[in-house]
Write a protein that binds this ligand. Structure first.
Ligand SMILES: *Cc1c(COP(=O)(O)O)cnc(C)c1O
Length: 388
């Protein structure tokens, strides 16, 4: 039996990346907004049915653009989960906004839509829906709340490429959506991201912000006769080298997601018997929507069990990890944000969640070995005398 190490994750190279980069290098320019950038944007517009896509240097950059486009200024409140990556909050704090952290649902680990309305004040400007593990937030409910209270809906779809909610791609449902191509995600370019602009009224301004606050795009289209500074902005574009790499990945995106999804399904099949013995809880998929197999997690009964399981797996050469340290009780979260109500689910999940290895090159055999070790840990655990 091959007991080689099973890493937690591993960037997957599809094969054509260097070929496309070579083509970009041999073309006249490798700055941003060139041929490969346009190819990637078109691919995303077509496959996600997005109105307008701008490639960015990261999902963090796309979130920063979203904060500007949503008109967030000093004191404006933005409702979001605390169980998320720092960029979800930081992008708004950079504009002087105040993250208002609301608890998550135990089944999807997404924003609990039933708790959102009571967190809305006169200062609230936007809601950020983070689709954890590519699992959709309750978008209909969040959209209705935004309509009722005149708020912007922004999707942090960093983990959600090609995942859907009621037939619509995640990231294309709110006013703005943000994708990540960081090397830890399904489809990668080292660092990379995209802003999906679904409200047509935001498109022109998005292009200006993207191009350092200039009307460069309108100028090249011949719509204005001067190229000049017209608004705030920054350099949010990736270079053509990054876009060329990404294009090779996008061409294989559906295949990559399908394989990851099959690994995810295998984990589900093999671990379900242990759920019956109440050792841990598995993700609950409320609808039948094709997820993208980005993350596989389980939630242990206690922090001790969680740490014990991670240690046991490590001793067998398998690396599993946990996240997130909740933002609401991080030093910056306490300084810049506030909570609305208690966050008991967030706190429990962040203490008890384990992410299992899941990467594009992983095999079903490796999934089986991880599950065997999880079984061994809980069986040995059940056999030892209870401390109570
Ligand atoms: C990865 C991630 C980000 C940040 O993406 P980058 O491309 O690294 O900037 C933001 N939000 C969530 C939920 C993420 O998982």
């Amino acid at each position: 039996m091959n007991l080689s190490r099973i890493p937690f994750g591993k960037p997957f190279i599809v094969g054509k990346e260097l070929f496309y980069i070579a083509q970009a290098v041999m073309s006249s320019s490798i700055a941003g907004d060139g041929a490969y950038t346009r190819k990637c944007q078109q691919w995303l517009e077509e496959h996600l049915k997005a109105r307008k896509v701008l490639l960015t240097h990261s999902c963090t950059g796309a979130l920063e653009m979203a904060a500007i486009l949503a008109g967030i200024g000093p004191g404006d409140e933005v409702i979001m989960p605390s169980f998320t990556f720092v960029s979800t909050a930081n992008a708004f704090v950079l504009r002087g906004g105040v993250p208002v952290f609301v608890d998550i649902r135990l089944d999807t680990l997404n924003l609990d839509e039933r708790l959102v309305e009571s967190a809305i004040t006169e200062k609230t400007k936007a809601i950020v829906a983070v689709h954890y593990a590519g699992q959709p937030c309750a978008m209909e409910a969040l959209k209705a709340l935004c309509r009722k209270h005149g708020l912007r809906l922004i999707e942090d779809a960093a983990q959600a490429i090609l995942a859907q909610s009621d037939g619509q791609a995640l990231g294309t449902i709110g006013d703005l959506g943000c994708l990540s191509f960081h090397e830890t995600k399904n489809i990668i370019s080292g660092e990379g991201g995209a802003l999906l602009i679904n409200d047509p009224e935001l498109i022109d301004r998005a292009e200006v912000i993207w191009q350092k606050g200039t009307n460069r795009k309108a100028f090249f289209r011949g719509e204005v006769d001067k190229y000049t500074w017209v608004d705030i902005g920054s350099s949010f574009l990736p270079s053509e080298l990054t876009a060329a790499f990404l294009y090779a990945q996008l061409e294989q995106a559906r295949r990559i997601n399908a394989h990851r999804r099959s690994l995810y399904d295998r984990y589900m099949d093999l671990l379900t018997p242990l759920v019956r013995e109440e050792h841990f809880a598995l993700p609950i998929n409320p609808g039948e929507h094709p997820e993208n197999g980005h993350i596989f997690y389980l939630v242990c009964r206690s922090e001790e069990k969680r740490d014990g399981l991670i240690d046991h797996l490590r001793s067998q050469g398998i690396s599993a990890v946990f996240h997130y340290v909740p933002l609401h009780d991080s030093p910056a979260g306490m300084r810049f944000g506030r909570t609305a109500g208690g966050l008991p689910v967030t706190e429990r999940v962040s203490r008890c969640l384990v992410r299992l290895p899941l990467y594009s090159e992983m095999t079903v055999e490796q999934v089986r070995r991880v599950c065997q070790e999880i079984g061994a840990f809980f069986t040995a655990d059940a056999a030892s005398p209870s401390p109570y």
